[in-house]
Design a protein around this ligand. Structure first.
Ligand SMILES: *Cc1c(COP(=O)(O)O)cnc(C)c1O
Length: 388
């Protein structure tokens, strides 16, 4: 049976080989330290778990949710956006709940991209930023970024004809996998660029709350005029350690939100009401949870970065996200280095090529195990004589 052209056009799934090798090591009884997937291990706030349990007890929540989402969720999302990012969100038609932001990102591409349409994607990138375009039959055009530009694209160097012919500009700061951050000036430039060239800005704000040393990332929608062109994707996956719950939302331009809602109405029935109600409790959280979450990641970051630097790397501490993006030692590319770490030290990391060809000499390390396990990671590397 022949798969569709759109499936065949997707780049191969490079994790498959690593998964196979992981299974072999596990069978041998290896105690793997898995820093591969960006899969948070910090549990959600206790009151959110309690809220889910009580919402499940209410039989009404077992019925289909409305397409608009629960009013409790929408108003909590609007309060959250105001409180955390200073942006105004209309809780009636300015926000849509999502079954995780990945769902929304891919479906948004289906709502706007025709075969042959172009999108602009800074690379390295989170796969959903280019795979959605491919699934819709479009062509993602790479905006290369590198260490020299702190992994932020130089929009002045984009060919104006290309910009005019493209439909969407994907942005995501702080960035997965490079941990890049962007300042207000960059977003101002991006919004002006998008308005000039009639582009939609998708801002994927997954790491909005994981920042260090008090340097808080800004929302693209906080830039004047952004609401004319921008839809911003938020998720509870990283902020509240709720990746398995599948809950996020999009806010911003109402026409863009309405199109996303239209396509979702044809594809899914929305997000479990009990999860929406518990997520509303999370977004109204008071107290220490977020500070503790940041402190935990910061401590892990500090341990791993100083340890890697002792092993010969020269990396700076990332200001945000939960990733360390490092170059493989010179005799390796990212994939062979990941294989070495797995086979010689039982350490799992992601080969950089998963985030586009431009990342092929890098690996991404996710800070998703405890500080003690990260110390163990470093001592295993030392023991196995793995260094830069
Ligand atoms: C983890 C991540 C997401 C989150 O996806 P969910 O579907 O909300 O779990 C989105 N974008 C980026 C860049 C991510 O790293």
């Amino acid at each position: 049976m022949e798969e569709s052209k759109r499936l065949k056009k997707l780049p191969p799934y490079v994790f498959a080989e690593l998964d196979r090798l992981k299974a072999i090591e596990r069978k041998k009884g290896a105690d793997l330290i898995d820093l591969g997937m960006g899969n948070p291990n910090i549990p959600p706030p206790q009151e959110v778990i309690e809220a889910l349990i009580s919402a499940i007890r209410d039989a009404q929540n077992s019925r289909y949710p409305t397409f608009d989402g629960c009013p409790e969720f929408r108003s909590a999302a609007a309060r959250w956006c105001k409180k955390q990012y200073g942006i105004s969100v209309d809780e009636n038609d300015g926000v849509i709940p999502l079954i995780g932001s990945k769902e929304g990102l891919i479906h948004f591409a289906l709502a706007y991209i025709n075969p042959g349409d172009k999108t602009l994607v800074p690379m390295p990138a989170y796969p959903a930023h280019f795979r959605g375009t491919i699934l819709a039959g479009g062509d993602p055009v790479i905006l290369e970024t590198s260490e020299k530009t702190n992994f932020v694209p130089d929009l002045d160097r984009v060919d104006p004809k290309l910009a005019d012919s493209a439909k969407i500009l994907f942005l995501s700061y702080p960035t997965n996998p490079t941990a890049a951050v962007a300042d207000k000036k960059f977003f101002e430039k991006a919004v002006a660029f998008a308005r000039k060239h009639k582009l939609i800005i998708i801002h994927d704000f997954a790491y909005a709350e994981i920042y260090f040393d008090g340097k808080k990332p800004i929302s693209c929608l906080s830039i004047p005029g952004a609401e004319e062109v921008c839809i911003e994707f938020h998720t509870l996956s990283k902020t509240f350690g709720m990746a398995g719950w599948r809950v996020g939302f999009a806010v911003g331009n109402k026409e863009l939100i309405a199109s996303l809602k239209k396509i979702k109405t044809n594809l899914d029935y929305g997000l479990f009401s009990a999860v929406q109600k518990a997520a509303a409790v999370a977004m109204d959280i008071k107290g220490e949870y977020l500070d503790q979450m940041r402190a935990t990641y910061q401590e892990r970051r500090d341990v791993l970065v100083s340890g890697l630097n002792e092993l010969g790397w020269e990396i700076e501490k990332p200001q945000a996200s939960m990733y360390i993006w490092i170059k493989a030692p010179s005799k390796h590319d990212g994939a062979s280095f990941a294989k070495l770490l797995l086979e010689k030290a039982g350490i799992v990391v992601s080969p950089g090529i998963s985030f586009g060809d431009i990342g092929k000499n890098y690996v991404r390390i996710a800070l998703v195990e405890s500080k003690e396990r990260l110390i163990e990671t470093l001592s295993r590397m030392k023991k196995a004589n793995i260094h830069n």
